[in-house]
Design a protein. Sequence first.
Length: 230
Amino acid sequence: MTRVLVPLAILEGETVPAGLPTLLAPADVTVLGYHVLPEQTPPDQARLQYEDRATAALDDLAAEFEAAGSTADHRLVFTHDREQTIDRVAAETGADAYAITGVTGPVDRLLVALSDAAAVDRIGSFVADLVAGREIDVTLFLATDDEPGGRESLEAAAEALAAAGIDVETELAVDDAPFEALVDAAADHDAIVMGEQAPSLRSFLLGEDAERVAAESVGPVLIVRSSDGA
């Protein structure tokens, strides 16, 4: 079963948008409630102070995913290093993808962003597990300066999804800045799937690009982990 890790700043009131539990219904979900502590604050001290409130919130969030059809569990971590914690829990749970929650209602259109360095087969397999049998329109997107190679990559990915019974459209952006082209393409979609190695991907989760995405009102972003990170 596909597993998705949903990291949330649990004591800051971060929650999941209405459409995300439905989108992830075919998957197992681990909700990671984390709270980043000042360097001088021991995690055990924070746990004594905040554990009950955070656990109650996590119980409610896991219940939202279960009500939509997922098998869901949760973890609570008080940490000094957000990135390290997310990576560690993803590895421990065998997560296939991370979720950046975004803001969305029902997910009817899914943008699947490929890149020259991304594990296309791994992304395609994840999308097939997520979408198969459901009325979700899928667009395969690639930004590249190699038009013939880009079209070949898109066609191969589309054929693989077609073999899984999923009809897709393709969109190729040639000689455009990858991030800006992605944001433009995402405007017509409800959620994004992409690989860890896609341009600027890491900073979506852990840097300034997350703010840029939020400013553009992009919906949830599912980041398919690389095979060496699984």
